[in-house]
Design a protein around this ligand. Structure first.
Ligand SMILES: [Zn+2]
Ligand SMILES: [Zn+2]
Length: 339
């Protein structure tokens, strides 16, 4: 029987270890994908450390996947073997339940799946995905370069386009890291006056190269005051992983401004008076559906948005994972399957 290889977590908190497995066959409404590249996302911690209830082990993490369709199960339409395919955090939806019919397919009542968490993900040569979870990938996009667009990319792209900001509006991207370096590119190319906010000056040049027109050093300047002096932000994309930093910028919103929290930082203390006087809002956002991923990929192709990655051969997944956890990677970490 044909074999595949995967980097597997055998128990909660375990290391990523190589495992040879029988090649799985796609079931009904499923496809098998030959993985070319998979990003290493901070949320893979949820799988490795068992931070969701009932994570089953062994488990293969990975939800920033680009590859090609390798085998097609019964009941799948619109796909052919060899087609380029991308899979993100979203594990699929049924299309007919109440949530799916209300355009909130994320919360599908029938398919409760998260790639690399409730099913095996992309730290592998092959994986199985529900057809509704798979995004078409444009030919022009390189698999290794673009894999992070399936999570970090769709999250920032989607959050920004749901803030209500329009061309020319002041939009702050808080944090110039794995999410923020993509957020700046998307914000600038969506036509916003893009302000990068980060501690220190060492990322200023890069932020401007990526499209930021202004830069606020939050170590020496109160970012809320600085944004207010610029007229107040229509949107703040809060990618930082520090709650105090996130709440410190919220008052930089302008009238009807929206802060999108996409970094998970736990409880936030917010000034309700400031929010109500401005009719401002703080919202959370994560990821998107396969359709959202396709929008992200198309936009990235047209506007040349690219993730900056450190690339590891897939057998070095443990090393790559530790590098991602260190927070020192510039900026995303990606596994390539052929190396
Ligand atoms: Zn992710
Ligand atoms: Zn559904």
């Amino acid at each position: 029987m044909a074999k595949m290889r995967a980097m597997v977590v055998r128990k909660k908190g375990g290391r990523l270890e190589t495992e040879e497995r029988d090649m799985p066959e796609p079931g009904r409404e499923e496809m098998r994908i030959r993985v070319q590249a998979c990003g290493v996302c901070h949320s893979d911690l949820v799988t490795v450390e068992g931070l969701f209830p009932n994570v089953e082990y062994p488990r293969v993490p990975g939800h920033e996947v680009i590859g090609v369709v390798d085998a097609i199960g019964a009941g799948v339409q619109g796909w052919s073997v060899g087609a380029r395919a991308g899979v993100g955090w979203f594990g699929g939806s049924c299309g007919y339940c109440r949530r799916c019919r209300r355009d909130t397919a994320f919360a599908c009542e029938n398919v409760n799946a998260v790639t690399g968490l409730t099913s095996d993900g992309g730290y592998a040569t092959h994986m199985i995905a529900h057809v509704s979870a798979v995004a078409h990938v444009p030919d022009e996009l390189d698999a290794v370069e673009s894999a992070p667009l399936l999570c970090a990319g769709v999250t920032t792209f989607n959050a920004l386009r749901h803030t209500g900001a329009g061309p020319g509006d002041l939009v702050a991207v808080h944090g110039v890291g794995g999410l923020g370096h993509l957020g700046i590119q998307f914000a600038a190319r969506q036509g916003f006056r893009t302000v990068a906010v980060n501690r220190g000056r060492d990322k200023e040049e890069l932020a401007k190269k990526l499209g930021a027109s202004d830069y606020i050093d939050s170590a020496v300047e109160d970012p809320a005051k600085a944004l207010t002096a610029m007229g107040g932000a229509k949107a703040i994309l809060a990618t930082v992983t520090d709650g105090q930093a996130m709440q410190a910028i919220a008052e930089g919103l302008g009238p009807n401004g929206v802060m999108m929290a996409i970094g998970a930082v736990g409880p936030l203390t917010l000034n309700s008076m400031d929010l109500l006087l401005k009719s401002a809002a703080v919202r959370g956002w994560y990821s998107g559906t396969a359709r959202d991923s396709e929008d992200t990929l198309q936009f990235s192709k047209l506007n040349r948005v690219a993730s900056m990655n450190e690339v590891y051969p897939f057998v070095k997944a443990q090393e790559a994972y530790e590098r991602m956890l260190s927070g020192k990677a510039r900026f995303r970490v990606v596994l390539r399957m052929d190396g």
